[in-house]
Every structure is written in C-alpha cells, then in structure tokens.
Ligand binder design. Structure first.
Ligand SMILES: [Zn+2]
Length: 217
C-alpha cells in the first residue's frame, strides 16, 4: 500500500502517519522531521534548508525532489510506505505520479487531514517534539520533566513553531497544497478525514477510511 498524507501544519500528519505506518506495517517518511534533523546535524541540505524553514517557507523542488527520490529508491520495494510532507504542490504530485508510473507502481490513496484554522493556531502554540525519536504531540502529553512519552527523550517546542511562521506555512498550504488535494480528488484517490476530534478517534476513522477505499479500489 502506498499513501501520501496531506494537510496544513499541525493537522496531525506526524501522529497519524506514524500510527497508520505501524498499523499497516508500512515504511514512513516525514520530510519535515528529516529536514529538522539535517539542520540539527548541520548537513549541506540542513544549511540550505534552515533559513527557508525558519520563515515558514517550503523547500524548492530542486532540493526536495532528490531527497524524495533517494528515499523512494531505497524503500519502494518494501511492503509499502506513507509519505508525510510530500507532495506539497501540484507539480510535486505530478512528479510523484510520473516517478511511480516509471517504476511500475501507483499510489493507492491520498489522505487529507482537515482542521479549522483557529484550532490549528492553538495547537501550534502547545506543540512539542522529541529530538531522539521524532515523536510530536502537545505539551500536556509529556511525562514528568518534559520527557517524551515514547522514549523518555527531552522534548521541547519545535524551532519552526511560532505564530508568524505558522501563518506563512498556512498561506503556502492554501496556495500550493490545495491544488494537489484537488488533483487527487479528481482522480478519485482522495480520502478526506476531519482531524479535529481527539487523536485516538481520528486514528480509528482514518484506518476505517483507508480500508474502505482500498477494498473498493
Ligand atoms: Zn522520544
């Protein structure tokens, strides 16, 4: 099964992507987590990406596509995968479609996580991430001394989470990603999931929707 996960910042892509990957036995790639890791490690990619991500921008295709292709080359023969953070534009959706067609595979579904703007803003302010295992969640989910509930790492706010940055990312989402969502909708591959309920309930809805759509496909 090959899936992509679309949605505005803080719509729960990381949480739900990891959940689905675990439930379905798929490989999972979060381009956002990969980029934040590259920045922390000071790699060439990280150095190029840092100023762009700091102002809430998207990475240009010439940096993003080689990264995705390298990952896909390595993982496309597996049971399947979930991409979180790619595609982020119509051009990237078309690029992925072509890449897959040339490798005799096709996407099963694109999942769009939908949350009202005001709620996203509230989530951003309270969001934390673990630098060790890349778990993300809300402050209130941390165990004592701000420890990650998954691995006990020292979780903290994400560097790219402030309101101005969020507003930029949301504007980019509307301008660039909505056309990609529309693209999947027209091809009958889109699964829309309202992602404002508690995350366990979103997870259940999501899993059922994926099963339903791939059964009838
Ligand atoms: Zn952790």
């Amino acid at each position: 099964m090959r899936l992509v996960l679309l949605g505005p910042p803080a719509s729960g892509k990381g949480t739900q992507g990891r959940f689905l990957a675990k439930e379905l036995g798929l490989d999972y790639l979060s381009t956002g987590a990969l980029l934040r890791e590259s920045i922390e490690n000071g790699t060439e990619l990280g150095i190029a990406a840092k100023p762009i991500l700091a102002r809430g921008g998207y990475l240009p295709d010439e940096l993003m596509q080689p990264l995705i292709v390298a990952w896909l080359e390595e993982n496309n023969s597996s049971e399947g995968w979930i991409l979180d953070g790619f595609p982020r534009s119509l051009a990237q959706a078309e690029f992925l479609e072509e890449w897959m067609a040339s490798h005799n595979s096709a996407l099963d579904a694109a999942i769009s996580l939908e949350v009202p703007f005001e709620e996203l803003l509230k989530r951003i302010v309270e969001r934390v991430e673990c630098p060790d295992c890349r778990w993300t969640g809300q402050e209130r989910e941390l165990s004592a001394q701000n420890r990650c509930p998954e691995c006990g790492g020292m979780a903290s706010s994400r560097a790219d989470d402030d309101e101005a940055n969020f507003r930029n990312r949301f504007a980019e989402f509307e301008q660039l990603t909505l056309p990609a969502i529309d693209y999947y909708s027209k091809r009958g591959k889109l699964i829309r999931v309202l992602s404002s309920a508690p995350k366990e309930s979103v997870s259940r809805t999501l899993l059922n929707s994926v099963f339903r759509s791939t059964e009838t496909a």
